[in-house]
Structures are given as structure tokens and as C-alpha cells.
Design a protein around this ligand. Sequence first.
Ligand SMILES: Cc1cc2nc3c(=O)[nH]c(=O)nc-3n(C[C@H](O)[C@H](O)[C@H](O)COP(=O)(O)OP(=O)(O)OC[C@H]3O[C@@H](n4cnc5c(N)ncnc54)[C@H](O)[C@@H]3O)c2cc1C
Length: 311
Amino acid sequence: MVTDFLLSPLDQELASIDLVEGVCTDHPIGPLTTYRVGGTAARFVRPINPDEIKRVAAAVAVARANGNDIPVLVVGRGSNLLVADSGFGGLAVQLGSGFDSVDIDGVEVHAGGGASLPVIARQSVAAGLSGFEWAVGVPGSVGGAIRMNAGGHGSDMATSLIGASTLDLATGIGQSRSVGDLAFSYRSSILLPTEVVTSVKLRLELGHRSTCEKRIEDLVRWRRLNQPGGRNAGSVFTNPSGDSAGRLIDAAGGRGLRVGTAEVSQKHANFIQVDEGGSAHDVVLLMAEIVRLVGHVHEVQLEPETILVGF
Ligand SMILES: Cc1cc2nc3c(=O)[nH]c(=O)nc-3n(C[C@H](O)[C@H](O)[C@H](O)COP(=O)(O)OP(=O)(O)OC[C@H]3O[C@@H](n4cnc5c(N)ncnc54)[C@H](O)[C@@H]3O)c2cc1C
């Protein structure tokens, strides 16, 4: 395999640094996603602190400078990723335990890039802060949420972000980015696939704790009523301007459509659910069928929100 040839100089670089969790070969990354389907990454590292990730980035940068153009994938909590059954032939990097912290200082929240969005939502409310309740039902990391400009219920990351620290795993260059630098738009930011968000600063507003707690309860109830559980990655397609992908799929007769082990949710037509032991192949075939159906019925081209890896 071409990637084996390319990876060996990277392996030499990675072997020269000491990582608490070490480097894994052919590591299953499909199970790290909320679809829980898909294959392995040729190499996988989970740096546990800023010093370790800098050393990983330096190793990748040296390998790249020597002409080994290794593909790099940042894996967050996998709630917006679909990994091909054949896997990913590069280096997958997931932030380890030292990036999960959430600290509240007045109206500011300082979080590691791997911190969970629902945890930040609940901790900020417990501290009497308002403005991040929307994230309680979004099972991602705050780093992944910046990359995607995740949002919901009339808000998004751009609304409360002050700035973020990023590290480019391809060059080893770290930057402190303000919200303006990140050029957010609907479910999109300027971040490159090789850039990892290592920490984040949010500014929220003082609120009434009981009102914010009630809002959290309402949002959790709303999600339970309107969205399915199980193996899915949230909305599969972005909403076309002025419309909703779920409405279009539903009106085109897509609700309940099945390909092999993947099915359009009966509860929300922009969600795909996969059976236990299912395949990523079935999910992409179903996505293609939905795009075809909606194009045929509505003459609208749906675009995936899910990030496809290794296809
Ligand atoms: C049940 C359910 C409900 C959801 N509801 C919503 C919703 O309401 N609104 C919404 O916007 N999304 C929603 N999502 C999608 C998903 O939770 C968000 O996109 C989330 O922000 C992805 O974060 P993650 O850590 O899981 O990223 P991943 O899925 O792991 O990765 C997504 C992208 O972010 C990149 N990435 C991950 N971590 C980092 C990092 N630290 N630095 C830089 N890049 C990184 C990855 O390389 C990839 O390109 C939902 C998903 C599920 C399963």
C-alpha cells in the first residue's frame, strides 16, 4: 500500500518521541464515531497534553518536509464523522484527557479542545451563565464544534466564541485565533483539516440559574421528542437556504427509506440510523439515494454536513 511506504518515515519520527499512550497501528476509528461503523486508521495517536501534541505536530512536519505527504485526520467525539469500512490510510489524532478541562472565570469559559459540549452547557448554567444552553443536546467536542460552527436553537459557536488556540499538524505552527479570524459561516469555518483546536475561550452572559436550567430541560425534552437515539451522526445534510433538508427528504418520500443496514429515521428524515454491525458503505449508498430522490422531486442539490473520511 502506498501509505505504508509514506508512513514509514513518519513512524521513524513518531518513534523518536515519547508519548504516554504511544502510537497505534491499524487502530479502529469507526467505533470512535457515533455511527459506530467504519474501519481503522493506519496510524493513531492520542496526545494527552499540549506538550505531546506539539511533539506529534513536529514529527508530522518533519515527515512532510521530507516529502511524505501524510494525510492527517483530527477525530473529536466522532459525532459528525462517517469513516469508510476500508478505513483511513493516514494518521488520525484524537485529543486525550488533558484537553477535557472546563474552567469558568466570571462570564468567560475556558475549555480544552476535547471538552464535551453538553458538559460545558451544564457547567456554565450551574455557574449562572446563559448563552450556551443550545449545546446540551449536541454530543460533540468544543474543538469539533468550532471546525463545524455547530449550532442549534437560534445560536451557534460563533455567537459566544472569543477565540481559540489552534495547531497545524502539517506544519507545527500554533496560532491564537480570534472569532473573526475563523471566518465562520453556516456549519463552516476557515480551519484546515490538519488544524486542531487545542483550547477555546467563550464569553457568555449572566443569567438566572433556574431559568437556564428550565431551558436545558426543555431542550433535552425537545431532542428526545424530535430526534432519534441510536447510531447516527445528527443531521446528514445541511439545510439549503430558506428550507430544511429534513422537510425536503420527508416530502420526497424519503422517510424510512432503507439501504442494507442503514435507514432514514422515522423520527427525523435528516437523520440516518445504522443497525448494530452495519456498514458505512450502506450509509453512503443511502446518502446518494437521498440526494438523487430530493434532486428528482424538488430540483434541490443536498450537500452533506457529515464529514466523510476515507471514501
Ligand atoms: C444526536 C446528534 C445530534 C446533533 N445535533 C447537532 C446540532 O444540533 N447542531 C450541530 O451543529 N451539530 C449537531 N450534531 C453534529 C455534531 O455533534 C457536531 O458537528 C459536533 O460539533 C462535532 O464535534 P465532534 O467532536 O464530534 O467532531 P467529529 O465528528 O469528531 O469531527 C467533525 C469535524 O471536526 C473536526 N474536528 C474534531 N475535533 C477537532 C478539533 N479539536 N480541532 C479541529 N477540528 C476538529 C474533524 O476533523 C471533522 O472535520 C449532532 C450529532 C448527533 C450525533
